[in-house]
Ligand binder design. Structure first.
Ligand code: ZN
Length: 440
């Protein structure tokens, strides 16, 4: 299969070289005006004027905050304009995302780049007559009659930022936007599919944006939630590095701890679970929290309680030292050791000891048994004159995927597979972008 794919790649390369080498009747003479516009939940539309003849190749480069790689898409010019429409009705984009885009034309060996422009994807749904006010580092946005509540959130942003800056030993790196939604439908329409149903507020740290829902809880809950969310943004700035995001239990633990300056009710949750179903390993909650209510609650509670323990035993400066280590690219274990002087496993052991339980041990996966499903007998498959045997039952050849041997497959199929691979890589880029932090 490797040989055929290499051959297919050579054919593709030859096609591209052929296009680049095509003679020009009248040369491409640069870009005219570039414009972009968006309609929430429908589309983003990018347009550019082309001077002279069409270039050999035209591409649109789009980048989102926090990403150092661009999404590149080829665009076919239509006369002296080119247009790219991004369907956001199926590919959800979080409102207030600031896109940076640039057009790129290739003529022969020459590459012409248009100027970098930006498009802010605004939530312009009907009925949302946004108003805004600037309060210190925060711009609060509201609609309807939520002005007083929005201004209160703005004041709390300043309180939360100051508190988090003091704990983390850094400063907020830029302004913050706070959007206040009145109805559940409007709020979840902004968060998009996949948001947990129990979400009442959310911070998208890379977008420096917080979404608040007025129906998310009582007035006092919302005030605490506001401090929690803005702490996430200061934490993001304090730990920003090119390698990885810090442990989620630590991020949520610090945000929850900051609500009241101690572990609050979270300690009781850990005590209750320690005497019941047991506690989680911290490695198990360093990336994602469980979806279920009990698992989610316990993850927040363990994070908050361990943060409280670190501050209690090693002082507040331990948190600033942990953040500083992350900025230098430390792993979770290295950062915890930089702050506490203890190996991460020792620190965790102290935590479990405090609740009278052993540290959870890894569970060995059970081997997957052979299939006991009765399969109908299949005959030979006729494919382009090549007889391909039906795949062997998995229990008779467990080491080898029956689709590995594709020497008999036709070239168009291989090209399709290669294209599907390229599409999958593009999808991964956007999956990465959508993985921007979302929290309760
Ligand atoms: Zn959170």
């Amino acid at each position: 299969m490797g040989r055929l794919i290499r051959w297919a790649a050579t054919v593709c390369a030859a096609l591209v070289i052929g296009l680049v080498g095509a003679p020009q009747v009248l040369g491409f003479d640069g870009f005219g005006d570039a414009t972009a516009d968006s309609t929430y939940d429908l589309e983003m539309r990018f347009e550019v004027e082309l001077r002279g003849a069409s270039p050999d190749r035209l591409e649109l480069l789009v980048r989102t905050p926090g990403s150092d790689a661009s999404f590149v898409t080829p665009v076919e010019p239509a006369g002296d304009v080119a247009r790219y429409v991004w369907d956001t009705s199926t590919d959800h984009v979080t409102p207030n995302t600031l896109f940076t885009y640039q057009w790129r034309a290739t003529v022969g060996d020459e590459v012409v780049l248009g100027p970098e422009e930006t498009l802010r994807y605004e939530d312009d749904r009907e009925g949302l007559d946004w108003q805004e006010a600037q309060l210190g580092e925060a711009t609060v946005h509201w609609y309807g009659d939520a002005e007083a509540q929005a201004r209160r959130f703005g004041e709390l942003t300043a309180v939360g930022v100051e508190q988090a800056e003091d704990l983390l030993g850094t400063e907020l790196a830029g302004p913050v936007d706070v959007f206040v939604y009145d109805s559940r439908e409007d709020f979840f329409g902004a968060l998009g599919p996949g948001a947990r149903e129990w979400t009442g507020a959310a911070a998208y740290s890379e977008l420096r944006t917080i979404f608040m829902w007025l129906g998310g809880g009582s007035a006092s809950y919302l005030e605490v939630a506001m401090v929690h969310e803005v702490t996430h943004i200061v934490f993001f700035d304090a730990t920003d590095n090119a390698f990885h995001g810090p442990a989620r239990w630590l991020n949520e633990g610090i945000a929850t701890w900051s609500e009241s300056g101690d572990a609050g009710d979270e300690r009781g949750i850990v005590e209750f679970e320690a005497s019941g179903a047991g506690l989680f390993s911290f490695d198990a909650i360093s990336e994602q929290f469980p979806i279920g209510e009990r698992g989610g609650q316990l993850s927040y509670a363990q994070g908050t309680t361990l943060v409280d323990l670190i501050i209690d035993r090693h002082g507040r400066e331990a948190i600033a030292d942990i953040a500083a280590a992350y900025r230098e690219g430390a792993s979770d274990a290295e950062a915890l050791e930089a702050g506490t002087g203890m190996a991460a496993d020792e620190l965790y052991a102290v935590f479990y000891d405090e609740f009278g339980v052993d540290a959870p041990a890894p569970i060995q996966a059970e081997p997957i048994a052979a299939s006991n499903v009765d399969r109908p007998t299949a005959g030979l498959i006729d494919e382009g004159g090549v007889d391909v045997d039906p795949a062997a039952p998995p229990d008779s050849a467990p080491e080898q995927s029956p689709t590995d041997d594709a020497d008999g497959a036709s070239l168009p199929l291989l090209l399709l597979l290669a294209l599907a691979g390229i599409a999958a890589v593009g999808g991964a880029v956007w999956a990465g972008r959508r993985a921007a932090e979302r929290s309760r």
